[in-house]
Write a protein that binds this ligand. Sequence first.
Ligand SMILES: [Zn+2]
Ligand SMILES: [Zn+2]
Length: 372
Amino acid sequence: MATSAERGYYELLGVERSASDAEIKKAFRKLARELHPDVSEAADAHERFKAVAEAYEVLSDAERRQLYDRYGHAGLRRGGYAPSDYAFTNLNDIFSVFFGDDLFARSRGGRARGGDVGAAVAIELADAFHGVTRAVEVEVAVTCERCDGDGAEPGTERVTCATCGGQGQLREVSRSVFGEFVRTQACPVCRGAGETVETPCTACDGAGRTVETKELELEIPAGIHDGQRIRIRGAGHAGASGGPPGDAYVEVHVTRDRRFERDGDDILSSVDLTIVQAARGATVAVPTLDGDVELEFEPGTQPGEVRVLRGKGMPSLERSGRGDQRVLVNVAVPRQLTDEQRELLERFEQLSGADTYRRDEGFFEKLRNAIR
Ligand SMILES: [Zn+2]
Ligand SMILES: [Zn+2]
Protein backbone atom coordinates (compact mmCIF):
# COMPACT_ATOMS: atom_id res chain seq x y z
CA MET A 1 0.00 0.00 0.00
CA ALA A 2 1.37 3.38 -0.98
CA THR A 3 2.06 5.77 1.86
CA SER A 4 0.99 9.37 1.69
CA ALA A 5 4.57 10.33 0.85
CA GLU A 6 4.16 8.49 -2.43
CA ARG A 7 0.58 9.39 -3.15
CA GLY A 8 -0.45 12.99 -3.68
CA TYR A 9 -2.57 14.71 -1.05
CA TYR A 10 -5.19 15.78 -3.58
CA GLU A 11 -5.44 12.23 -4.86
CA LEU A 12 -5.78 10.89 -1.31
CA LEU A 13 -8.73 13.17 -0.64
CA GLY A 14 -10.14 12.63 -4.12
CA VAL A 15 -10.34 16.34 -4.96
CA GLU A 16 -9.07 18.54 -7.79
CA ARG A 17 -5.97 20.68 -7.29
CA SER A 18 -8.26 23.68 -7.64
CA ALA A 19 -10.61 22.44 -4.87
CA SER A 20 -11.96 25.07 -2.50
CA ASP A 21 -11.48 24.88 1.27
CA ALA A 22 -15.09 23.79 1.60
CA GLU A 23 -14.62 20.97 -0.92
CA ILE A 24 -11.48 19.76 0.85
CA LYS A 25 -13.25 19.81 4.19
CA LYS A 26 -16.23 17.96 2.80
CA ALA A 27 -14.06 15.29 1.18
CA PHE A 28 -12.10 14.70 4.36
CA ARG A 29 -15.21 14.63 6.51
CA LYS A 30 -16.64 11.90 4.33
CA LEU A 31 -13.43 9.86 4.31
CA ALA A 32 -12.97 10.28 8.06
CA ARG A 33 -16.39 8.82 8.65
CA GLU A 34 -15.63 5.87 6.38
CA LEU A 35 -12.10 5.14 7.46
CA HIS A 36 -12.04 5.79 11.16
CA PRO A 37 -10.88 2.56 12.86
CA ASP A 38 -13.95 2.71 15.12
CA VAL A 39 -16.17 2.44 12.10
CA SER A 40 -14.26 0.67 9.34
CA GLU A 41 -13.58 -3.04 9.47
CA ALA A 42 -10.87 -2.92 6.80
CA ALA A 43 -7.46 -4.06 8.04
CA ASP A 44 -5.66 -1.06 6.57
CA ALA A 45 -8.23 1.46 7.81
CA HIS A 46 -5.88 2.87 10.43
CA GLU A 47 -3.06 3.50 7.94
CA ARG A 48 -5.42 4.97 5.38
CA PHE A 49 -7.03 7.16 7.99
CA LYS A 50 -3.66 8.56 9.03
CA ALA A 51 -2.80 9.26 5.41
CA VAL A 52 -5.97 11.23 4.70
CA ALA A 53 -5.68 13.06 8.04
CA GLU A 54 -2.19 14.15 7.01
CA ALA A 55 -3.48 15.26 3.60
CA TYR A 56 -6.20 17.27 5.27
CA GLU A 57 -3.81 18.77 7.78
CA VAL A 58 -1.74 20.13 4.92
CA LEU A 59 -4.41 21.15 2.42
CA SER A 60 -6.66 22.82 5.00
CA ASP A 61 -3.88 25.22 5.94
CA ALA A 62 -3.31 27.95 3.35
CA GLU A 63 0.40 28.31 4.05
CA ARG A 64 1.16 24.60 4.04
CA ARG A 65 -0.96 24.07 0.97
CA GLN A 66 0.98 26.73 -0.90
CA LEU A 67 4.28 25.15 0.10
CA TYR A 68 3.05 21.76 -0.99
CA ASP A 69 1.68 23.05 -4.30
CA ARG A 70 5.02 24.65 -5.14
CA TYR A 71 7.59 22.27 -3.75
CA GLY A 72 5.72 19.07 -2.90
CA HIS A 73 6.48 16.89 0.11
CA ALA A 74 10.12 17.99 0.21
CA GLY A 75 9.01 21.62 0.45
CA LEU A 76 6.84 20.84 3.45
CA ARG A 77 9.67 19.12 5.27
CA ARG A 78 12.02 22.02 4.59
CA GLY A 79 9.27 24.29 5.84
CA GLY A 80 9.41 22.41 9.14
CA TYR A 81 6.18 20.48 8.76
CA ALA A 82 5.85 17.03 10.28
CA PRO A 83 2.53 15.22 10.27
CA SER A 84 0.82 14.86 13.63
CA ASP A 85 0.60 11.38 15.02
CA TYR A 86 -3.06 11.07 15.78
CA ALA A 87 -4.11 8.48 18.30
CA PHE A 88 -7.80 9.03 18.49
CA THR A 89 -9.92 7.16 20.91
CA ASN A 90 -13.21 7.88 19.21
CA LEU A 91 -14.90 9.76 16.43
CA ASN A 92 -15.70 12.57 18.82
CA ASP A 93 -12.04 13.44 18.98
CA ILE A 94 -11.62 13.69 15.25
CA PHE A 95 -14.51 15.97 14.78
CA SER A 96 -13.52 18.21 17.60
CA VAL A 97 -9.90 18.35 16.39
CA PHE A 98 -10.66 18.98 12.74
CA PHE A 99 -13.99 20.63 12.69
CA GLY A 100 -14.07 22.48 15.96
CA ASP A 101 -17.67 22.96 16.89
CA ASP A 102 -19.04 21.22 13.83
CA LEU A 103 -20.47 18.28 15.69
CA PHE A 104 -21.75 20.36 18.57
CA ALA A 105 -22.95 23.77 17.58
CA ARG A 106 -21.55 25.42 20.69
CA SER A 107 -22.09 28.99 21.70
CA ARG A 108 -21.03 31.22 24.54
CA GLY A 109 -22.03 29.93 27.91
CA GLY A 110 -21.62 26.31 26.86
CA ARG A 111 -25.33 25.51 26.80
CA ALA A 112 -25.70 25.01 23.10
CA ARG A 113 -28.01 23.31 20.72
CA GLY A 114 -26.57 20.15 19.15
CA GLY A 115 -25.70 20.07 15.46
CA ASP A 116 -28.00 18.69 12.76
CA VAL A 117 -27.32 15.39 11.04
CA GLY A 118 -28.12 14.32 7.50
CA ALA A 119 -29.05 10.93 6.06
CA ALA A 120 -30.59 9.59 2.87
CA VAL A 121 -33.02 6.81 2.09
CA ALA A 122 -34.22 5.31 -1.20
CA ILE A 123 -37.78 4.12 -1.71
CA GLU A 124 -39.79 2.70 -4.60
CA LEU A 125 -42.42 4.72 -6.44
CA ALA A 126 -45.05 2.37 -5.00
CA ASP A 127 -43.84 3.30 -1.48
CA ALA A 128 -44.11 6.98 -2.36
CA PHE A 129 -47.65 6.27 -3.54
CA HIS A 130 -48.81 4.53 -0.37
CA GLY A 131 -46.55 6.23 2.17
CA VAL A 132 -44.11 4.06 4.12
CA THR A 133 -42.19 3.84 7.38
CA ARG A 134 -38.46 3.24 7.09
CA ALA A 135 -35.70 2.67 9.61
CA VAL A 136 -32.82 5.07 8.95
CA GLU A 137 -29.45 4.86 10.67
CA VAL A 138 -27.67 8.02 11.72
CA GLU A 139 -24.43 8.49 13.60
CA VAL A 140 -25.12 11.01 16.31
CA ALA A 141 -23.43 12.38 19.38
CA VAL A 142 -25.48 11.39 22.41
CA THR A 143 -25.18 12.58 25.98
CA CYS A 144 -22.65 10.41 27.82
CA GLU A 145 -24.47 8.23 30.33
CA ARG A 146 -21.55 7.93 32.74
CA CYS A 147 -21.11 11.65 33.38
CA ASP A 148 -24.57 12.74 32.21
CA GLY A 149 -23.00 15.12 29.69
CA ASP A 150 -20.90 16.91 32.27
CA GLY A 151 -17.56 15.59 30.99
CA ALA A 152 -16.17 15.20 34.51
CA GLU A 153 -15.59 11.76 36.00
CA PRO A 154 -18.43 11.12 38.46
CA GLY A 155 -17.41 12.27 41.95
CA THR A 156 -15.08 15.00 40.64
CA GLU A 157 -15.86 18.67 40.08
CA ARG A 158 -15.52 21.00 37.13
CA VAL A 159 -13.17 23.91 37.72
CA THR A 160 -13.11 27.49 36.47
CA CYS A 161 -11.16 27.71 33.19
CA ALA A 162 -7.74 29.22 33.87
CA THR A 163 -7.33 30.54 30.33
CA CYS A 164 -10.38 32.76 30.24
CA GLY A 165 -11.02 33.04 33.96
CA GLY A 166 -14.50 31.63 33.52
CA GLN A 167 -15.58 34.21 30.92
CA GLY A 168 -15.82 31.67 28.13
CA GLN A 169 -14.28 34.13 25.69
CA LEU A 170 -11.02 35.84 24.96
CA ARG A 171 -10.52 39.44 23.89
CA GLU A 172 -7.70 40.08 21.51
CA VAL A 173 -6.68 43.71 21.23
CA SER A 174 -4.55 44.88 18.32
CA ARG A 175 -3.32 48.39 17.68
CA SER A 176 -2.61 50.00 14.37
CA VAL A 177 -2.40 53.51 12.93
CA PHE A 178 -6.14 53.33 12.46
CA GLY A 179 -6.81 52.72 16.09
CA GLU A 180 -7.49 49.83 18.37
CA PHE A 181 -9.27 46.68 17.29
CA VAL A 182 -10.90 44.33 19.70
CA ARG A 183 -11.75 40.87 18.58
CA THR A 184 -13.70 38.52 20.80
CA GLN A 185 -13.50 34.80 20.29
CA ALA A 186 -14.70 31.75 22.16
CA CYS A 187 -12.08 30.43 24.57
CA PRO A 188 -10.32 27.55 22.79
CA VAL A 189 -9.57 25.72 26.04
CA CYS A 190 -13.06 25.50 27.53
CA ARG A 191 -14.77 26.21 24.22
CA GLY A 192 -16.88 28.91 25.70
CA ALA A 193 -18.09 26.95 28.72
CA GLY A 194 -16.00 28.90 31.24
CA GLU A 195 -15.17 25.69 33.05
CA THR A 196 -12.82 22.83 32.40
CA VAL A 197 -12.72 19.26 33.55
CA GLU A 198 -9.77 18.22 35.70
CA THR A 199 -10.54 14.53 35.75
CA PRO A 200 -12.18 13.68 32.43
CA CYS A 201 -14.93 11.08 32.37
CA THR A 202 -13.44 7.75 31.32
CA ALA A 203 -16.34 6.90 29.02
CA CYS A 204 -16.31 10.04 26.86
CA ASP A 205 -12.84 11.47 27.54
CA GLY A 206 -14.40 14.64 28.89
CA ALA A 207 -16.40 15.42 25.76
CA GLY A 208 -19.71 14.83 27.55
CA ARG A 209 -20.97 13.01 24.51
CA THR A 210 -20.26 9.77 22.74
CA VAL A 211 -20.99 8.93 19.12
CA GLU A 212 -23.59 6.26 18.59
CA THR A 213 -25.45 4.77 15.69
CA LYS A 214 -29.11 5.44 16.22
CA GLU A 215 -31.99 3.98 14.28
CA LEU A 216 -34.68 6.49 13.45
CA GLU A 217 -38.18 5.57 12.47
CA LEU A 218 -38.94 7.74 9.46
CA GLU A 219 -42.52 8.18 8.40
CA ILE A 220 -42.57 9.02 4.72
CA PRO A 221 -45.88 10.57 3.69
CA ALA A 222 -47.77 9.41 0.61
CA GLY A 223 -47.02 11.68 -2.35
CA ILE A 224 -43.42 12.52 -1.41
CA HIS A 225 -41.29 13.74 -4.30
CA ASP A 226 -37.80 12.61 -5.20
CA GLY A 227 -35.17 14.71 -3.40
CA GLN A 228 -37.43 16.06 -0.65
CA ARG A 229 -35.99 16.22 2.85
CA ILE A 230 -37.85 15.27 5.99
CA ARG A 231 -36.89 16.84 9.27
CA ILE A 232 -37.07 14.85 12.47
CA ARG A 233 -36.94 17.32 15.31
CA GLY A 234 -34.56 16.55 18.14
CA ALA A 235 -33.00 13.52 16.43
CA GLY A 236 -29.65 15.21 15.72
CA HIS A 237 -26.58 15.54 17.93
CA ALA A 238 -27.06 16.03 21.65
CA GLY A 239 -26.56 19.59 22.84
CA ALA A 240 -23.64 20.69 25.01
CA SER A 241 -24.13 21.08 28.76
CA GLY A 242 -27.83 20.38 28.67
CA GLY A 243 -28.56 22.33 25.49
CA PRO A 244 -31.32 21.02 23.20
CA PRO A 245 -30.47 18.43 20.54
CA GLY A 246 -30.19 19.28 16.85
CA ASP A 247 -32.45 17.88 14.14
CA ALA A 248 -32.03 15.07 11.63
CA TYR A 249 -32.69 15.71 7.96
CA VAL A 250 -33.37 12.71 5.77
CA GLU A 251 -33.33 13.11 2.01
CA VAL A 252 -35.73 10.77 0.26
CA HIS A 253 -34.87 9.37 -3.15
CA VAL A 254 -37.69 7.83 -5.14
CA THR A 255 -36.30 5.25 -7.55
CA ARG A 256 -37.66 5.01 -11.08
CA ASP A 257 -40.34 2.53 -11.95
CA ARG A 258 -40.03 1.18 -15.50
CA ARG A 259 -43.80 1.16 -15.96
CA PHE A 260 -44.47 4.72 -14.88
CA GLU A 261 -43.12 8.19 -15.45
CA ARG A 262 -43.98 10.77 -12.83
CA ASP A 263 -44.93 14.31 -13.76
CA GLY A 264 -45.67 16.20 -10.57
CA ASP A 265 -48.67 14.41 -9.13
CA ASP A 266 -49.57 12.87 -12.49
CA ILE A 267 -48.42 9.51 -13.75
CA LEU A 268 -47.68 8.78 -17.40
CA SER A 269 -47.71 5.27 -18.81
CA SER A 270 -48.22 3.59 -22.16
CA VAL A 271 -50.18 0.61 -23.42
CA ASP A 272 -49.37 -1.54 -26.42
CA LEU A 273 -52.25 -2.67 -28.64
CA THR A 274 -51.74 -5.01 -31.60
CA ILE A 275 -52.93 -3.67 -34.94
CA VAL A 276 -55.83 -6.10 -34.72
CA GLN A 277 -56.80 -4.98 -31.17
CA ALA A 278 -56.59 -1.35 -32.24
CA ALA A 279 -58.65 -1.95 -35.39
CA ARG A 280 -61.32 -4.19 -33.84
CA GLY A 281 -61.43 -2.69 -30.37
CA ALA A 282 -60.30 -4.55 -27.24
CA THR A 283 -60.37 -4.59 -23.45
CA VAL A 284 -56.84 -4.54 -22.05
CA ALA A 285 -55.46 -4.61 -18.49
CA VAL A 286 -53.39 -1.49 -17.81
CA PRO A 287 -51.20 -1.18 -14.68
CA THR A 288 -51.80 1.69 -12.27
CA LEU A 289 -50.24 2.27 -8.86
CA ASP A 290 -53.53 0.95 -7.44
CA GLY A 291 -53.27 -2.29 -9.40
CA ASP A 292 -54.44 -3.20 -12.91
CA VAL A 293 -57.53 -1.61 -14.41
CA GLU A 294 -59.39 -2.92 -17.45
CA LEU A 295 -59.55 -0.33 -20.20
CA GLU A 296 -61.89 -0.63 -23.11
CA PHE A 297 -60.57 0.59 -26.46
CA GLU A 298 -62.98 1.35 -29.26
CA PRO A 299 -62.62 -0.08 -32.78
CA GLY A 300 -60.29 2.21 -34.74
CA THR A 301 -58.19 3.28 -31.75
CA GLN A 302 -55.19 5.23 -33.08
CA PRO A 303 -51.57 5.30 -31.87
CA GLY A 304 -50.90 8.50 -29.93
CA GLU A 305 -54.35 8.59 -28.33
CA VAL A 306 -54.21 9.43 -24.66
CA ARG A 307 -56.61 8.03 -22.09
CA VAL A 308 -56.90 10.02 -18.88
CA LEU A 309 -57.63 8.06 -15.71
CA ARG A 310 -58.85 10.76 -13.34
CA GLY A 311 -57.58 10.45 -9.79
CA LYS A 312 -55.30 7.50 -10.58
CA GLY A 313 -52.07 9.46 -10.13
CA MET A 314 -50.00 10.19 -7.02
CA PRO A 315 -51.57 11.50 -3.82
CA SER A 316 -50.84 15.19 -3.55
CA LEU A 317 -48.67 16.36 -0.67
CA GLU A 318 -49.75 19.95 -1.07
CA ARG A 319 -53.46 19.53 -1.77
CA SER A 320 -55.99 16.87 -0.98
CA GLY A 321 -56.82 14.35 -3.66
CA ARG A 322 -54.72 12.68 -6.29
CA GLY A 323 -53.27 13.47 -9.68
CA ASP A 324 -54.31 11.71 -12.90
CA GLN A 325 -52.77 8.89 -14.87
CA ARG A 326 -52.42 9.50 -18.59
CA VAL A 327 -52.13 6.39 -20.71
CA LEU A 328 -50.56 6.77 -24.14
CA VAL A 329 -51.69 4.28 -26.78
CA ASN A 330 -49.00 2.62 -28.84
CA VAL A 331 -49.98 0.33 -31.71
CA ALA A 332 -47.49 -2.47 -32.20
CA VAL A 333 -46.79 -3.29 -35.85
CA PRO A 334 -45.74 -6.89 -36.54
CA ARG A 335 -42.02 -7.20 -37.11
CA GLN A 336 -41.97 -10.74 -38.47
CA LEU A 337 -44.55 -12.40 -40.68
CA THR A 338 -45.06 -15.98 -41.81
CA ASP A 339 -45.97 -16.54 -45.46
CA GLU A 340 -49.56 -17.15 -44.46
CA GLN A 341 -49.74 -13.93 -42.44
CA ARG A 342 -48.25 -11.95 -45.28
CA GLU A 343 -50.84 -13.36 -47.70
CA LEU A 344 -53.65 -12.47 -45.31
CA LEU A 345 -52.36 -8.90 -44.98
CA GLU A 346 -51.99 -8.56 -48.74
CA ARG A 347 -55.55 -9.81 -49.16
CA PHE A 348 -56.63 -7.31 -46.50
CA GLU A 349 -54.87 -4.49 -48.35
CA GLN A 350 -56.65 -5.42 -51.58
CA LEU A 351 -59.99 -5.16 -49.81
CA SER A 352 -59.12 -1.79 -48.25
CA GLY A 353 -60.02 1.61 -49.60
CA ALA A 354 -60.09 5.22 -48.48
CA ASP A 355 -63.02 4.43 -46.18
CA THR A 356 -61.01 1.88 -44.25
CA TYR A 357 -58.74 4.63 -42.91
CA ARG A 358 -61.10 7.58 -42.91
CA ARG A 359 -60.93 9.67 -39.79
CA ASP A 360 -64.16 10.16 -37.99
CA GLU A 361 -64.98 13.81 -37.58
CA GLY A 362 -64.65 13.83 -33.83
CA PHE A 363 -61.06 12.57 -33.87
CA PHE A 364 -59.29 15.85 -33.12
CA GLU A 365 -61.95 16.77 -30.64
CA LYS A 366 -61.36 13.52 -28.76
CA LEU A 367 -57.60 13.99 -28.82
CA ARG A 368 -57.91 17.50 -27.48
CA ASN A 369 -60.17 16.34 -24.68
CA ALA A 370 -57.79 13.56 -23.77
CA ILE A 371 -54.82 15.88 -23.48
CA ARG A 372 -56.90 18.64 -21.88
ZN1 LIG B 1 -18.78 11.04 30.07
ZN1 LIG C 1 -11.94 29.15 28.96
